[in-house]
Design a protein around this ligand. Structure first.
Ligand SMILES: CC(=O)N[C@H]1[C@@H](OP(=O)(O)OP(=O)(O)OC[C@H]2O[C@@H](n3ccc(=O)[nH]c3=O)[C@H](O)[C@@H]2O)O[C@H](CO)[C@@H](O)[C@@H]1O
Ligand SMILES: C=C(OP(=O)(O)O)C(=O)O
Length: 433
């Protein structure tokens, strides 16, 4: 896949975004499920894989490792082959955070892996400590060289263990689950992450013959098996994309129907939007409707105080939606404290919103007080990361007049056919190189 770094969107905002949109498969499920194919002794079929830049990079990495990847119809990938230890190009590994997910399956299958530093969003320190400690507990040695190269080996194979993760890291849990699935003996992972994408990966591995119990909880028990076979697995919908479109509808006062959700509510996402006075209704056929008429008034605490919205590991409010909530809050009446606890640099994009006329006090790198509603004005903006980029697109679609957003490659890492979907919803948006 050719990486089209950069790119610009020209947006003429100030009108409601309305219509019906299909939500794609979850980026953060697609990446570990693609990595898990390295463990299969038979062909694997994956369905509902989004056509996004991150998936393209992951597929290229699998091919370099010796896998055959076929994508004959949209969203469906047939993957087969036997991986071998290869040097991976720095630029590809650096393009996605998900490349770290190659470590667990490769060390389990090949006994060794050398990986350039994984990339992903530049939103603060992306620590590897939990990956190291859990893989070392399983019997691997992990060395981070001065040039950033990560060297992981299993001198005597992987053995089951009882381990408490120092934080509920999503990708560290996923690496650990993949490695432990084929380790000898039983592994108990405590304080494991349990986001829907972690659940998807575990369910896929079980379809491949793994023995994982406790899926959906923070205590996973994994009985190692000798080998894993093939499977045909469909990944879940992207609830971050769903949340982004809900925010877009509410902020621009449009009526939006979302298709392709699984019919289950994510309670903390509903609670978070409710705090901004935004609600939606479920419809038959795994759809939901966000009506144009919303209160859009921030709900004060029962004792009359300023409310806050903060992130937490699943089932808490997802960190990846807080940038979206920040821009939506600029269109709601009242004030709210947004507290992003996980990443040290994610809130700095707020300077762009302030440039557009938003009334936001960035108290420190983690906390911002947003007061609304404010009429946003168009501006020339740069997308610093995938979610801030989407938040800036929502801001530009609210602002009456022409905005330009640069570096939209960042957004396209995680949102499938964003321009196509927005155009069908009546948004005036064009991509220029
Ligand atoms: C490819 C992929 O799946 N990326 C997701 C994955 O990244 P990733 O797996 O890299 O994120 P981690 O779960 O490891 O943690 C992200 C950050 O949150 C902090 N942290 C984590 C756990 C915790 O209990 N407390 C805490 O403060 C960490 O110190 C770190 O700074 O999970 C993140 C957190 O949901 C999401 O933003 C990313 O979209
Ligand atoms: C932070 C994100 O992605 P990644 O971990 O792939 O950088 C995200 O999806 O918001």
């Amino acid at each position: 896949m050719a990486q089209n770094q950069g790119g610009r969107y020209i947006i003429d905002g100030g009108r409601p975004v309305s219509g019906t949109v299909r939500i794609s498969g979850n980026k953060n499920a697609a990446l570990p499920c693609l990595a898990a194919t390295l463990l299969a002794r038979e062909p694997v079929t994956l369905r509902n894989i989004p056509r996004i830049a991150d998936v393209g990079v992951m597929v290229e990495l699998l091919e370099i490792l010796g896998m055959r990847v076929e994508n004959r119809e949209p969203g469906v990938y047939h993957i087969s082959g036997t991986p071998s230890v290869r040097d991976l190009p720095y630029t590809l590994v650096d393009a996605v955070r998900g490349s770290i997910l190659l470590v667990g399956p490769l060390v389990a299958r090949c006994g060794a892996v050398r990986l350039p530093p994984p990339g992903g969003d530049v939103i603060g320190l992306r620590r590897l400590d939990t990956h190291f400690s859990v893989l070392e507990a399983l019997g691997a040695t992990c060395v981070l060289h001065d040039n950033g190269l990560l060297d992981v080996r299993t001198p005597s194979g992987l053995s089951g263990t009882d381990v408490f993760l120092d934080e509920a890291s999503v990708t560290a849990t996923e690496n650990a689950v993949m490695a432990a699935s084929v380790a000898s003996g039983t592994t108990i992972l405590r304080n494991a992450a349990c986001e829907p994408h972690v659940q998807d990966l575990c369910s896929m591995l079980n379809q491949m013959g793994a023995k994982i119990s406790g899926i959906g909880s923070n205590l996973l028990v994994i009985e190692g098996v000798a080998e894993l076979h093939g499977c045909d697995f469909t990944i879940g919908y992207d609830y971050m994309e769903a949340g982004s479109f809900i925010g877009l509808a509410a902020a621009t006062r449009g009526t939006l129907i979302l298709e392709g959700t699984d019919g289950h509510d994510v309670p903390m996402i509903r609670n978070g939007f409710a705090r901004l006075g935004i609600e939606w209704e479920s419809l038959a056929g795994n759809r939901l409707v966000v009506p144009a008429e919303q209160r859009l008034s921030i709900v004060r605490t029962v004792n009359g105080g300023t409310p806050k919205l903060d992130d937490a590991p699943w089932p808490g409010f997802p960190a990846d939606l807080l940038s979206i909530m920040t821009v939506v809050a600029t269109q709601a009446k009242g004030n709210i404290l947004i507290h992003e606890k996980m990443f040290e640099s994610r809130m700095f994009f707020i300077d762009w919103l302030i440039r557009m006329g938003a009334d936001i006090i960035l108290c420190d790198p983690h906390r911002a007080v947003v007061t609304g509603p404010m009429a946003l004005t168009p501006a020339r903006l740069t997308s610093p990361d995938v979610r801030a980029g989407m938040a800036l697109i929502i801001a530009a679609l609210c602002a009456e007049g022409r905005s330009e957003i640069q570096n939209v490659y960042q957004v396209e890492r995680g949102y499938e056919d964003l321009v196509g979907k927005l155009k069908i919803l009546g948004a005036a948006i064009e991509r220029v190189e």
